[in-house]
Design a protein around this ligand. Structure first.
Ligand code: OAD
Length: 236
């Protein structure tokens, strides 16, 4: 590659967790193939039928709770150990990057392991599996709790988005792993990095909108090709 590795930014999507057994959203077997996101992952659905939405997230948590980080997650934890200026931005809500050992993760779309009050927006960790039968009440104001994830039609939290965008704008290297790169604003991050002069490496078995402008495209499953890529580049 012949380029300095820092600042190094990785942007991950559902594909990085695919080999851990977490279903992706799009493509064969994807979550949005069998369930209609507009019925489940939006604030109106939760207002209409909180229990239905709650149960969907209870099911997703129980799936993720059985999964462990794979070699791609572990490689990104190793990257964090070796690179001083490294930012890991993920669209995933499964918590597997933290489980692998990454400590500074920018979670663009929230986390399955946190709840948020629908009234006062207080957030707290909730790691019980299975989820409680009913959405609990906020410890501060008694409002109804909801999963702390970003739903369709909702904006990302401004501070988190700013952090992601400024990291992208100063990256010299951006690794884009396992994302279809169709959901905005996450999908803009590689473009921001590219325009600012970063070297873009895409890891994905399929073509995506990033493939056209990536400097390096590695077609293959992340758990296999990401460790190989890192082994080739870490000591450069
Ligand atoms: P998608 O399900 O849209 O895309 C998954 C990507 O992973 C596809 O491009 C696959 O080709 C790729 N992939 C599959 N297996 C892989 C593997 N073993 N290694 C590497 N790549 C693999 O998931 P995202 O792009 O993450 O948002 O989806 C973005 C957002 O859409 C999600 O965060 C979620 C969803 O609606 C919210 O919930 C807000």
């Amino acid at each position: 590659m012949g380029r300095a590795l820092e600042p190094f930014v990785a942007l991950t999507g559902a594909g990085v967790s695919a080999e851990s057994g977490v279903p992706t959203f799009r493509g064969p077997g994807g979550l949005w193939q069998s369930r209609r996101p507009e019925e489940l992952a939006n604030p109106q659905a939760f207002a209409r039928d909180p229990l239905l939405v709650w149960r969907f997230y209870a099911w997703r948590r129980s799936v993720v709770a059985r999964c462990s980080p794979n070699a791609a997650h572990l490689t990104l934890a190793d990257v964090e150990d070796h690179i001083g200026d490294f930012t890991l931005i993920t669209q995933n809500v499964d918590g597997l990057h933290e489980a692998a050992g990454n400590r500074r993760v920018v979670e663009l779309h929230g986390s399955l392991w946190r709840l948020r009050c629908t009234r006062c927006r207080e957030r707290w960790e909730e790691r019980r599996v299975p989820f409680p039968e009913m959405p609990p009440r906020c410890p501060s104001c008694g409002g109804l709790a909801r999963p702390d994830v970003v739903w369709f039609g909702e904006g990302l939290e401004q501070g988190i988005l700013n952090r992601a965008m400024s990291s992208a704008a100063r990256a010299r290297l951006m690794l884009v792993v396992g994302t279809s790169a169709v959901v905005h604003p996450a999908a803009q991050l590689p473009l921001i990095a590219k325009k600012a002069g970063a070297w873009i490496v895409e890891i994905n078995p399929e073509e995506t909108p990033v493939s056209i402008y990536a400097d390096e495209v590695i077609r293959g499953p992340a758990a296999q090709v990401l460790p190989e890529w890192w082994a080739r580049n870490r000591d450069e």
